[in-house]
Design a protein around this ligand. Sequence first.
Ligand code: MN
Length: 454
Amino acid sequence: MDLAARNLVDLQSYVDFLESKKLLLRVTSEVDSHLELAAVAKRFEGGKAILFEKVRGSDYPVLIGLYWNRDLMATVFDCDSGRLPFVLTDEIRAWQKNPMEPVILKSGPANEVIETEIDLGTLPIPHHATGDGGPYLTSSVVIARDPDTGVRNLSIHRMMVTGKNRFTLLLEELGHVMDYYKRAEARGEALEITVNNGVDYPVLMAGAVPASAAPIDADELGIASQMHGAPIELIEAQTVGVEAIANAQFVIEGRILPKVRESEGPYAEVTGYYAERDERWVMEVTAITRRKQPIFHSILSGQEVGNAYGLIAGAGAFDKIHSIVPEVTAVHFADGSVPYHLVVRMNKIHEGSQRNAIMAAFVSLAFAKTVTVVDEDVDIYNPVDVDWAVQTRCCYERDLLLIPDAIGHRLNPMVEGDKWTRLGIDATVPLPRPEKFTRATMDDVDLSNYEIKE
Ligand code: MN
C-alpha cells in the first residue's frame, strides 16, 4: 500500500489527509480526559475521526477514531473498502516471502524532547468507561525483545495508570511478550520495553497480526515496513536496551518487574462488558520522550477495537481458510459488533464444501463464535444482505451446526469453565441451484448519463 510514497508517515500527516478528505471532526471546546473525552467520542463512534484540541490540564491534543470506520481506513490505504482485507493479506504474504529489516537511528521525532521529570499525569490519557479502574493506554504499541534470541516483538496491551511512573497491564497467556516475560522472570530479571504512543497504521496493525501469521521467531516490524513501503525507522531508547518507533508521538520506556503483581481493572473491554479487577503485571517507567508538538492517540474501547482486530484477524486467516476450501473467495467479521461473527463468501462448486468452510474458519480463528457461509451473490460487507441470505436460504433444521464445549474467548460472559458453544450457519443455496433462488436484479444503468437533482 506504500503509504510512505504518499507521504502518510505519521499522525500529523494523517490528520492533514483526513481533513482534506472531510473525514475529520475537531472538538475545539475543552474536555476533561476523565470520562468526558471518551463520552463525547462515543457519540461519533464509527464515523469520522475526531481530534480533541484542548484537554483540561494537558498541553496535548488527542486523536481518536482512526480505526472505527472501514471506509475511512480504505481512503487512507487508497483502496476499495471490500479490498481492504485483501490488501493486508497481500502485505503479510509479501513480507513472509521477503522479510524487511528496520533501520536504527540515534534520534528522531519521538525523542526531540526528553522529559526531565517522569509524570504520566502530564499526558492526556483518557479514563474511558464509567466503571473503569483508571486512565488507560489502549493503542500504544509495545516493543520487547526475546531475552534469549533478541528477536523483537510488537504487541498492544491495555495499560492502566496507577502512579506518576507506574502502570499495571494485561499480558495475554499465549502472547509472545508473556513468553519473554516468563523467561526473564525465571532469572529474576525485569523485561525492558518501550511503549510507543501515536504510531502510524502499519506499526499498529503489525502489532495486531495473529501469531499464526507471525510466529515467535518473526519480528513484526518487518510487516510494518512492508505496509509502510520502506524500512521502519527505530530510535535507541534512553534507559532500556530495546528500540522505539522514531515517528511515534510519545515513547514511554520502562521495565515489567519480576515477581510483582498489583491490581489492574476493571476495564470496559471490546465485548461491551467490564473485565474484572485482578492482580496483574507491573511496569515501572524509566523515561518519557516525545515530539515537540505531539498528538496523543487513543482507541475507544468497543467498535474501534473490534474493527481493527477483526480486519487484521480476517486478513491473517483468509489464506489458511482458502487453502483448505479453495471455493472460499472472501471472509469478513460482521461490522458494528465484537469480532465473533465471521461471514464467509464462497463460490460453491461441490455440495457439502460449505460445511468444510465452516470447520476451516473455526480452526483458523480461535475466537470466532458464529460462522455464516453465503454464496457469491451476497454482499458480505452489508449485514442486511447477510441476514437476507440467512432468512431466505437457511433451513434451521438442517443447516445449523452446533459445536458444544469448544474453547471460548475468556472475556465473553457466555464462556463458562473456558468453554462455549460455537454455531455454523449454512446460508448457501443447495446444488444444483433451484430456479426459485435466482436473485431479482434491475437493469445495469450508468448514473453519469442522468441529470439528478437533490
Ligand atoms: Mn510476535
